[in-house]
Design a protein around this ligand. Structure first.
Ligand SMILES: Nc1ncnc2c1ncn2[C@@H]1O[C@H](COP(=O)(O)OP(=O)(O)OP(=O)(O)O)[C@@H](O)[C@H]1O
Ligand SMILES: [Mg+2]
Length: 279
Protein backbone atom coordinates (compact mmCIF):
# COMPACT_ATOMS: atom_id res chain seq x y z
CA UNK A 1 0.00 0.00 0.00
CA UNK A 2 2.74 2.47 0.98
CA UNK A 3 6.16 2.08 -0.41
CA UNK A 4 8.85 3.37 1.91
CA UNK A 5 11.53 1.01 3.27
CA UNK A 6 10.34 1.52 6.85
CA UNK A 7 6.91 0.30 5.90
CA UNK A 8 8.19 -2.81 4.22
CA UNK A 9 9.75 -3.92 7.51
CA UNK A 10 6.31 -4.19 9.03
CA UNK A 11 5.16 -7.04 11.25
CA UNK A 12 2.72 -9.10 9.27
CA UNK A 13 -0.10 -9.67 11.75
CA UNK A 14 -2.12 -11.12 8.92
CA UNK A 15 0.13 -14.19 9.13
CA UNK A 16 -0.96 -14.94 12.72
CA UNK A 17 -3.91 -17.33 13.15
CA UNK A 18 -7.26 -15.70 13.87
CA UNK A 19 -8.50 -15.64 17.46
CA UNK A 20 -11.90 -14.57 16.15
CA UNK A 21 -13.10 -15.09 12.59
CA UNK A 22 -16.22 -13.47 11.21
CA UNK A 23 -17.66 -14.51 7.90
CA UNK A 24 -20.67 -12.93 6.21
CA UNK A 25 -22.06 -11.77 9.56
CA UNK A 26 -25.52 -10.26 9.45
CA UNK A 27 -27.25 -8.87 12.50
CA UNK A 28 -30.49 -7.00 13.17
CA UNK A 29 -32.00 -5.90 16.48
CA UNK A 30 -35.39 -5.86 14.78
CA UNK A 31 -36.29 -8.41 12.16
CA UNK A 32 -36.44 -6.09 9.17
CA UNK A 33 -33.50 -3.68 9.16
CA UNK A 34 -30.03 -5.15 9.51
CA UNK A 35 -27.45 -3.08 11.39
CA UNK A 36 -24.58 -5.23 10.13
CA UNK A 37 -24.76 -6.97 6.81
CA UNK A 38 -22.15 -9.23 5.26
CA UNK A 39 -19.21 -8.42 7.53
CA UNK A 40 -16.12 -10.59 7.06
CA UNK A 41 -12.95 -10.05 9.11
CA UNK A 42 -10.32 -11.81 11.19
CA UNK A 43 -8.83 -10.69 14.48
CA UNK A 44 -5.32 -12.20 14.48
CA UNK A 45 -3.94 -13.58 17.76
CA UNK A 46 -1.83 -10.99 19.60
CA UNK A 47 -2.87 -8.11 17.35
CA UNK A 48 -4.60 -4.81 18.03
CA UNK A 49 -7.40 -4.30 15.52
CA UNK A 50 -8.71 -0.74 15.37
CA UNK A 51 -12.27 -0.18 14.15
CA UNK A 52 -13.52 3.16 12.86
CA UNK A 53 -16.82 4.03 11.24
CA UNK A 54 -19.59 6.61 11.11
CA UNK A 55 -21.48 7.36 14.29
CA UNK A 56 -24.24 4.83 14.94
CA UNK A 57 -23.04 2.40 12.26
CA UNK A 58 -22.88 -0.53 14.68
CA UNK A 59 -19.39 -0.48 16.21
CA UNK A 60 -20.57 -1.27 19.73
CA UNK A 61 -22.92 -3.86 18.28
CA UNK A 62 -19.91 -5.54 16.69
CA UNK A 63 -18.33 -5.83 20.14
CA UNK A 64 -21.56 -7.33 21.49
CA UNK A 65 -21.34 -9.95 18.74
CA UNK A 66 -17.68 -10.74 19.44
CA UNK A 67 -18.36 -11.02 23.16
CA UNK A 68 -21.35 -13.31 22.59
CA UNK A 69 -23.89 -10.89 24.12
CA UNK A 70 -25.60 -10.97 20.72
CA UNK A 71 -25.54 -13.65 18.04
CA UNK A 72 -25.32 -13.20 14.27
CA UNK A 73 -28.62 -13.80 12.47
CA UNK A 74 -26.66 -15.09 9.48
CA UNK A 75 -23.02 -15.88 8.83
CA UNK A 76 -20.53 -17.25 11.30
CA UNK A 77 -18.45 -15.88 14.15
CA UNK A 78 -15.97 -18.39 15.51
CA UNK A 79 -13.41 -18.30 18.29
CA UNK A 80 -10.22 -20.31 18.14
CA UNK A 81 -10.52 -22.80 21.07
CA UNK A 82 -8.20 -22.13 24.02
CA UNK A 83 -5.89 -25.13 24.21
CA UNK A 84 -3.80 -23.67 27.03
CA UNK A 85 -3.67 -25.32 30.43
CA UNK A 86 -5.05 -23.74 32.49
CA UNK A 87 -7.18 -21.84 29.95
CA UNK A 88 -6.84 -18.05 29.97
CA UNK A 89 -9.61 -15.75 31.11
CA UNK A 90 -11.59 -15.43 27.85
CA UNK A 91 -12.52 -11.77 27.56
CA UNK A 92 -12.70 -8.42 29.29
CA UNK A 93 -14.14 -5.07 28.17
CA UNK A 94 -13.50 -1.42 28.82
CA UNK A 95 -16.00 1.31 27.98
CA UNK A 96 -15.96 5.08 27.72
CA UNK A 97 -17.73 5.35 31.08
CA UNK A 98 -15.88 4.89 34.31
CA UNK A 99 -16.34 1.46 35.80
CA UNK A 100 -14.03 1.77 38.82
CA UNK A 101 -15.69 0.94 42.11
CA UNK A 102 -15.55 4.14 44.19
CA UNK A 103 -15.25 2.35 47.53
CA UNK A 104 -12.11 0.42 46.52
CA UNK A 105 -8.57 1.73 46.24
CA UNK A 106 -6.73 1.72 42.92
CA UNK A 107 -4.90 -1.51 43.76
CA UNK A 108 -8.07 -3.23 44.99
CA UNK A 109 -9.95 -2.20 41.83
CA UNK A 110 -7.17 -3.63 39.68
CA UNK A 111 -6.97 -6.82 41.77
CA UNK A 112 -10.77 -7.20 42.05
CA UNK A 113 -10.93 -10.03 39.56
CA UNK A 114 -8.62 -12.10 41.77
CA UNK A 115 -10.48 -11.46 44.99
CA UNK A 116 -12.85 -14.40 44.69
CA UNK A 117 -10.44 -16.78 43.02
CA UNK A 118 -8.95 -19.63 44.94
CA UNK A 119 -5.26 -20.29 44.90
CA UNK A 120 -2.26 -21.18 46.98
CA UNK A 121 -0.28 -18.61 48.91
CA UNK A 122 2.18 -18.58 45.98
CA UNK A 123 -0.68 -17.86 43.53
CA UNK A 124 -1.85 -14.98 45.69
CA UNK A 125 1.66 -13.58 45.92
CA UNK A 126 2.03 -13.85 42.15
CA UNK A 127 -1.25 -12.02 41.53
CA UNK A 128 -0.25 -9.28 43.95
CA UNK A 129 3.03 -8.94 42.12
CA UNK A 130 1.21 -8.78 38.78
CA UNK A 131 -1.03 -5.98 40.02
CA UNK A 132 1.99 -4.03 41.28
CA UNK A 133 3.86 -4.61 38.02
CA UNK A 134 0.91 -3.29 35.99
CA UNK A 135 0.62 -0.27 38.28
CA UNK A 136 4.24 0.55 37.57
CA UNK A 137 3.90 0.04 33.81
CA UNK A 138 0.96 2.42 33.78
CA UNK A 139 2.82 5.04 35.84
CA UNK A 140 0.43 4.81 38.81
CA UNK A 141 3.01 3.96 41.46
CA UNK A 142 2.43 6.02 44.58
CA UNK A 143 -1.33 6.05 43.86
CA UNK A 144 -2.06 2.41 44.79
CA UNK A 145 -3.92 3.26 47.98
CA UNK A 146 -5.85 6.22 46.63
CA UNK A 147 -9.54 6.07 45.78
CA UNK A 148 -10.86 6.82 42.28
CA UNK A 149 -12.18 10.27 43.26
CA UNK A 150 -8.63 11.29 44.19
CA UNK A 151 -7.32 10.62 40.66
CA UNK A 152 -7.28 12.81 37.56
CA UNK A 153 -9.40 11.75 34.56
CA UNK A 154 -6.34 10.34 32.79
CA UNK A 155 -5.25 8.37 35.84
CA UNK A 156 -8.73 6.92 36.26
CA UNK A 157 -8.61 5.75 32.64
CA UNK A 158 -5.23 4.14 33.28
CA UNK A 159 -6.60 2.37 36.35
CA UNK A 160 -9.73 1.26 34.47
CA UNK A 161 -7.54 -0.14 31.70
CA UNK A 162 -5.53 -2.11 34.27
CA UNK A 163 -8.69 -3.63 35.77
CA UNK A 164 -9.44 -5.01 32.29
CA UNK A 165 -5.95 -6.29 31.57
CA UNK A 166 -5.13 -7.70 35.05
CA UNK A 167 -7.00 -11.01 34.57
CA UNK A 168 -4.72 -11.65 31.56
CA UNK A 169 -7.61 -12.21 29.14
CA UNK A 170 -7.21 -13.67 25.66
CA UNK A 171 -9.26 -10.80 24.23
CA UNK A 172 -9.74 -7.23 25.37
CA UNK A 173 -12.58 -5.22 23.83
CA UNK A 174 -12.17 -1.46 24.09
CA UNK A 175 -15.15 0.75 23.23
CA UNK A 176 -13.93 4.34 22.87
CA UNK A 177 -11.98 4.07 26.10
CA UNK A 178 -10.09 7.36 25.90
CA UNK A 179 -12.46 9.62 23.98
CA UNK A 180 -13.25 11.85 26.96
CA UNK A 181 -9.60 12.83 27.41
CA UNK A 182 -7.71 15.76 25.92
CA UNK A 183 -5.23 14.86 23.21
CA UNK A 184 -1.91 15.16 25.10
CA UNK A 185 -3.28 13.02 27.95
CA UNK A 186 -4.59 10.50 25.43
CA UNK A 187 -1.28 10.19 23.59
CA UNK A 188 0.58 9.71 26.89
CA UNK A 189 -1.78 6.86 27.76
CA UNK A 190 -1.36 5.31 24.30
CA UNK A 191 2.35 4.93 24.91
CA UNK A 192 1.85 2.98 28.14
CA UNK A 193 -1.10 0.85 27.13
CA UNK A 194 0.56 -0.15 23.86
CA UNK A 195 3.52 -1.47 25.84
CA UNK A 196 1.28 -3.29 28.33
CA UNK A 197 -0.77 -4.89 25.56
CA UNK A 198 2.29 -6.07 23.67
CA UNK A 199 3.93 -7.36 26.85
CA UNK A 200 0.87 -9.34 27.91
CA UNK A 201 0.13 -10.74 24.44
CA UNK A 202 -3.57 -9.94 24.73
CA UNK A 203 -5.55 -9.60 21.49
CA UNK A 204 -7.41 -6.29 21.31
CA UNK A 205 -10.32 -4.86 19.34
CA UNK A 206 -10.31 -1.09 19.74
CA UNK A 207 -13.34 0.96 18.71
CA UNK A 208 -12.53 4.62 18.39
CA UNK A 209 -13.69 7.88 16.83
CA UNK A 210 -10.08 9.06 16.77
CA UNK A 211 -8.40 7.98 13.56
CA UNK A 212 -4.98 8.98 14.90
CA UNK A 213 -5.56 6.71 17.88
CA UNK A 214 -6.61 3.83 15.63
CA UNK A 215 -3.55 4.15 13.40
CA UNK A 216 -0.97 4.73 16.10
CA UNK A 217 -2.12 1.85 18.33
CA UNK A 218 -3.24 -0.80 15.86
CA UNK A 219 -1.70 -3.53 13.76
CA UNK A 220 -4.72 -3.43 11.47
CA UNK A 221 -7.48 -0.85 10.97
CA UNK A 222 -10.94 -1.72 9.69
CA UNK A 223 -13.08 1.05 8.20
CA UNK A 224 -16.79 0.32 8.53
CA UNK A 225 -19.42 1.61 6.16
CA UNK A 226 -22.57 3.51 6.97
CA UNK A 227 -25.52 1.18 7.75
CA UNK A 228 -26.12 -1.54 6.82
CA UNK A 229 -22.59 -1.98 7.97
CA UNK A 230 -19.83 -3.89 6.32
CA UNK A 231 -16.08 -3.37 5.93
CA UNK A 232 -15.11 -0.93 3.20
CA UNK A 233 -11.36 -0.92 3.75
CA UNK A 234 -8.76 -2.77 5.75
CA UNK A 235 -5.24 -1.40 6.35
CA UNK A 236 -2.24 -3.23 7.77
CA UNK A 237 -0.43 -0.79 10.03
CA UNK A 238 3.27 -1.33 9.56
CA UNK A 239 4.80 0.37 12.60
CA UNK A 240 5.85 -2.76 14.49
CA UNK A 241 6.10 -3.33 18.22
CA UNK A 242 8.35 -0.42 19.18
CA UNK A 243 6.44 2.82 18.71
CA UNK A 244 7.04 6.31 19.96
CA UNK A 245 3.53 7.70 19.93
CA UNK A 246 4.60 11.35 19.77
CA UNK A 247 7.19 10.91 17.02
CA UNK A 248 4.96 8.55 15.05
CA UNK A 249 2.38 11.29 14.49
CA UNK A 250 4.95 13.47 12.76
CA UNK A 251 6.19 10.69 10.48
CA UNK A 252 5.31 10.97 6.80
CA UNK A 253 4.16 7.30 6.72
CA UNK A 254 1.67 8.01 9.52
CA UNK A 255 0.39 11.12 7.79
CA UNK A 256 0.03 9.32 4.48
CA UNK A 257 -1.85 6.46 6.08
CA UNK A 258 -4.03 8.93 7.96
CA UNK A 259 -4.92 10.69 4.70
CA UNK A 260 -5.79 7.46 2.88
CA UNK A 261 -7.88 6.11 5.76
CA UNK A 262 -9.65 9.43 6.31
CA UNK A 263 -10.66 9.51 2.65
CA UNK A 264 -12.44 6.17 2.99
CA UNK A 265 -13.96 7.02 6.37
CA UNK A 266 -15.22 10.48 5.36
CA UNK A 267 -17.00 8.98 2.32
CA UNK A 268 -18.94 6.78 4.72
CA UNK A 269 -19.63 9.60 7.18
CA UNK A 270 -21.14 11.61 4.30
CA UNK A 271 -23.10 8.58 3.13
CA UNK A 272 -24.39 7.99 6.67
CA UNK A 273 -25.50 11.62 6.88
CA UNK A 274 -27.51 11.10 3.67
CA UNK A 275 -25.56 13.78 1.81
CA UNK A 276 -26.23 16.48 4.47
CA UNK A 277 -23.17 18.57 5.31
CA UNK A 278 -21.23 17.10 8.20
CA UNK A 279 -19.41 19.26 10.71
N1 LIG B 1 -30.29 -2.99 22.19
C1 LIG B 1 -30.66 -2.37 21.07
N2 LIG B 1 -31.91 -2.52 20.55
C2 LIG B 1 -32.27 -1.92 19.40
N3 LIG B 1 -31.47 -1.12 18.68
C3 LIG B 1 -30.23 -0.92 19.15
C4 LIG B 1 -29.75 -1.53 20.35
N4 LIG B 1 -28.45 -1.16 20.55
C5 LIG B 1 -28.15 -0.35 19.50
N5 LIG B 1 -29.20 -0.22 18.67
C6 LIG B 1 -29.21 0.54 17.42
O1 LIG B 1 -28.22 -0.03 16.55
C7 LIG B 1 -27.55 0.98 15.83
C8 LIG B 1 -26.06 0.83 16.05
O2 LIG B 1 -25.75 1.09 17.39
P1 LIG B 1 -24.30 1.01 17.97
O3 LIG B 1 -24.38 1.48 19.39
O4 LIG B 1 -23.75 -0.36 17.74
O5 LIG B 1 -23.52 2.04 17.04
P2 LIG B 1 -22.09 2.70 17.25
O6 LIG B 1 -21.42 2.67 15.93
O7 LIG B 1 -21.41 2.08 18.40
O8 LIG B 1 -22.52 4.20 17.63
P3 LIG B 1 -21.63 5.35 18.30
O9 LIG B 1 -20.70 5.80 17.24
O10 LIG B 1 -22.64 6.40 18.65
O11 LIG B 1 -20.95 4.76 19.49
C9 LIG B 1 -28.11 2.32 16.32
O12 LIG B 1 -29.10 2.74 15.41
C10 LIG B 1 -28.75 1.98 17.64
O13 LIG B 1 -29.85 2.80 17.91
MG1 LIG C 1 -20.70 2.85 20.22
Amino acid sequence: MLESAALQESVNVGAAPALVSMHGVRFAYEATTPIIDGLTADVPVGSIVGVVGPSGCGKSTLLSLISGLEEPGEGTLTWEPDRGSPPRHPLTMMFQKDTLLPWLTVQDNIGLHFRYRRGSRADRAERKERVQHLIELAGLQGWERKYPYQLSGGMRRRAAFLTAVAPNPRMLLLDEPFSALDEPTRIGIHQDIFRIVKESGVTVVLITHDLGEAISLSDKVLVLSARPTTIVAEYDIPFGRERNMMELREHSDFLELYGTTWERLSEQIRRGAGGRSVR
